[in-house]
Ligand binder design. Structure first.
Ligand SMILES: [Zn+2]
Ligand SMILES: [Zn+2]
Length: 155
């Protein structure tokens, strides 16, 4: 079962933000009452690190604030926290590659519509599956020896 911290980490990574960048964006939200010092931003970053490592969970208000910076679903995080605390296994369907769900699918960068569940790997969405395949093909291409083509009829 996916841990609540892993869910946070996947959503942050999918947003392309570092923990520090996330903390900096948090204090720029309209809800921030004043400019934060760099020490305060570092403290928030440490808190986010601890939450991602499942050492110190975020509160629901903190999770709601965070959802203003990265695309995450506070009720999904909360559900993972409570099922884990109760010792149950969550039945939520969450992509293990990016943390997307049925109600928060990945937007396709080329606008072919949103992602779906992979036919081959039920815990992956089609976008993550495509990325895995791209990475695999790239690693195969990198390992393949350079081709030595002799063009017929030219020599
Ligand atoms: Zn995914
Ligand atoms: Zn997806």
């Amino acid at each position: 079962m996916m841990s609540p911290g892993t869910y946070l980490q996947l959503r942050r990574t999918a947003a392309g933000l570092s923990v520090l960048a996330t903390a900096s964006a948090l204090v720029e939200l309209p809800a921030a009452l004043r400019r934060a010092t760099s020490r305060e931003i570092n403290r928030i970053a440490e808190h986010l690190h601890a939450a991602e490592a499942d050492h110190a969970p975020l509160t629901l208000p903190q999770t709601r604030l965070l959802s203003g910076v990265i695309a995450l679903q506070p009720h999904i995080y909360w559900s993972l926290l409570t099922t884990q605390a109760a010792g149950y296994t969550s039945l939520l369907h969450i992509c293990t590659g990016c943390g997307c769900t049925d109600t928060m699918a990945c937007a396709d960068p080329e606008d072919f519509g949103s992602c779906a569940w992979s036919q081959n790997q039920p815990d992956l969405c089609t976008r993550c599956e495509a990325e895995q395949l791209d990475a695999l093909l790239a690693s195969v291409a990198a390992r393949a020896p350079a081709p030595h083509f002799i063009l017929q009829g030219q020599f």
